[in-house]
Design a protein around this ligand. Sequence first.
Ligand code: NAD
Ligand code: MN
Length: 358
Amino acid sequence: MKTYKIAAIPGDGIGTEVIAAGVEALQALAKREGAFAFKVDHFDWGSAYYKKHGRMMPADGRDQIRHHDAILFGSAGAPDVPDHITLWGLRLAICQPFDQYANVRPTRVLPGITSPLRKVEAKELDWVIVRENSEGEYAGVGGRVHQGSPLEAATDVSVFTRAGVERIMRFAFHLAQSRPRKLLTVVTKSNAQRHAMVMWDEIATEISAEFKDVNWDKMLVDAMTMRMVMRPETIDTVVATNLHADILSDLAAALAGSLGIAPTANLNPEKVYPSMFEPIHGSAFDIMGKGIANPIGTFWSAVMMLEHLGEVSAAGRLMNAIERVTSDARFHTPDLGGKARTAEVTAAVIDAIHGANA
Ligand code: NAD
Ligand code: MN
């Protein structure tokens, strides 16, 4: 029997709560399927580790997870450690060296969940946002001088490479082509940012020639926020830079009902390195330790992990279980206006995996 080695990195805050739920659901699923197993290794990296050791993960941390089949990640961020340390010390320290350049973020209004866009029907909001995940505004290039003096100066320089833009455009066109509507929106800001964003647009046009059956358009990022709210049905697949997609995907998650539902995959499509799957939310300081974090974003991320591993029927079973549970308002956590607790939602999903309340 095939055994998948999964590296679980719960991290901080509600990350620890939702990853425990996710691992529980995955083990139940493997048992139900009977065709494969998971060996889950837990890594206690994060802010508590940082306070003890002065770093978010050990120096050889990446070597420890390099040969796992996939990584399941919770969240990095604690109230008493600066965010740039937690983010760069753990999440980006994995994504960037493992070349997980395609960050895929689906958004749907799941059964039983109400979008704040009350007029919207589920079938009208079914998007995938592809985020460039290796360079751009988060390349880490820049510097700070004369700190504390009136001459202080700081820069964050965006870096866009032809190779980086070509591969994310090709990935996005390919993904759009695989979806029924074959529709791609390339988000840009080439009116105000007249170097890198102009190259981004040019490369989009070049790559589009390889995908004649994909309908595509170009949209400035500010106008895109408006279109997401006013005409959600005109959108299917979206590709955007690291910063733009970061912002647009939080909006997308909120429009689908809650940030607590939204999943993401950080993919190294060539499978040279392990890919990483995580809910898009953070540590949620306001609710951590209360047992009410919504685990659906983690479960859906586990679905994306199963698809990536090629376990398509198990992925389908877990997604069906999720949708059966969201349809029932008794299993809505407070972020969805309900009273359910993380453990109750997890138990309901596991029941649904086993075919109870089918
Ligand atoms: P957040 O996602 O932690 O929280 C935003 C709001 O959404 C909060 O009100 C929170 O309660 C709610 N929320 C989020 N997930 C939820 C869930 N599963 N169930 C119910 N409600 C949920 O974002 P923030 O407040 O901007 O960030 C808090 C910390 O998390 C910061 O340190 C930040 O850097 C970090 N963070 C980490 C990641 C990551 O590691 N991928 C992502 C985002 C934020
Ligand atoms: Mn974000």
